[in-house]
Design a protein around this ligand. Structure first.
Ligand SMILES: NC(=O)c1ccc[n+]([C@@H]2O[C@H](COP(=O)([O-])OP(=O)(O)OC[C@H]3O[C@@H](n4cnc5c(N)ncnc54)[C@H](O)[C@@H]3O)[C@@H](O)[C@H]2O)c1
Length: 284
């Protein structure tokens, strides 16, 4: 897509970080905005900011894990705008913790947001985007963690690998079934200055662990601190990531790799698989 003016950008997780920066880019290009987020106050701040700029905005408090809420959200978008052209399935949460110490609730929450949230967005919007016949692009936010091997953040890594293959399948099926007016991309950033390391702030009550279940110890806390320090020292801004994403949309580029320094790690994993080597822990 090259002409964005008066088209509709739907962004989940639009209240903060990368989602908010994508909304800013879209607004600059003259798009109408549709923002969904579980965080009502972040959403309200974002809406006031865009309305003050004269941007047409529709917003809904939505938990992307919940299929009914996402479907009702899509109904509202089509009732208000009659279409959706860019669909950013971006809402996501971080996790720390070992594979075997993460609780069943941790798995439900992180997979629920990071994977089911993307699936719900696709199921609610893509059939309507197909039927409209209008040019459209679906951009799913994964992570560099979805392309490399490493330790820690077990659920997060699993969820992001899932979003990469989910997006690849989506792209193949657009082509296979002749939906040439639609494209897909997967956004795979590395460290970006957002609120991702404090995802617990929006963890719903029913997804809290009982105190005796929580296994986050010094190792995990160290991991979180290291991650935060890498983000602070070397992270890109959400605005840089959003600008690169729109460049990729213009070029119909599928893999959106915003952090060049991390690309060699993808090759290392690929070479290890091809050579029959055991995986190297790249620490990313
Ligand atoms: N920041 C990074 O270093 C980084 C790197 C790679 C990928 N990502 C991915 O980027 C995406 C955006 O995260 P961010 O870094 O901007 O973090 P962020 O915490 O600043 O923003 C995430 C937004 O998603 C919303 N959200 C969380 N759970 C939700 C739910 N159940 N329903 C609806 N909205 C929900 C949050 O309220 C928040 O507004 C995520 O998918 C994340 O995994 C981030």
């Amino acid at each position: 897509m090259k002409d964005f003016k008066n088209k509709v950008a739907v962004i989940t997780g639009g209240g903060s970080g990368i989602g908010l920066a994508l909304a800013e880019q879209a607004a600059k290009l003259g798009m109408h905005l549709v923002l969904a987020d579980i965080d009502a106050s972040a959403l309200e701040n974002a809406v006031s900011r865009f309305e003050a700029q004269g941007v047409r905005v529709l917003s809904r408090v939505v938990d992307v894990r919940n299929e009914d809420q996402v479907t009702a959200f899509a109904d509202a978008v089509y009732a208000e705008f009659g279409g959706a052209h860019l669909l950013f399935n971006n809402a996501g949460v971080g996790s720390v913790g070992k594979v075997w110490e993460s609780t069943a609730t941790d798995w439900d929450w992180v997979m629920g947001v990071n994977v089911n949230g993307v699936v719900n967005g696709i199921r609610a919007f893509v059939p309507r985007m197909i039927n409209s016949g209008e040019e459209g692009h679906v951009i799913n936010t994964a992570s560099i963690a979805g392309l490399v091997s490493g330790h820690g953040m077990a659920i997060y890594r699993v969820s992001k690998h899932a979003v990469v293959i989910l997006s690849e399948v989506l792209q193949h099926e657009f082509a296979l079934y002749g939906h040439d007016h639609l494209s897909a991309s997967v956004l795979c950033p590395a460290w970006t200055k957002t609120q991702i390391t404090s995802s617990d702030r929006i963890r719903p009550d029913e997804m809290q662990n009982a105190p005796e279940e929580i296994k986050v110890g010094p190792v995990e806390i160290g991991h979180l601190k290291k991650m935060q320090s890498l983000i602070d020292k070397t992270g890109k801004t959400a605005e840089e990531v959003a600008a690169a994403t729109f460049d990729a949309i213009r070029e119909k580029k599928f893999y959106i790799l915003t952090h060049e320094d991390f690309i060699p790690a993808i090759a290392i994993r690929g070479k290890d698989i091809l050579a029959g080597n055991n995986p190297r822990d790249l620490g990313i």
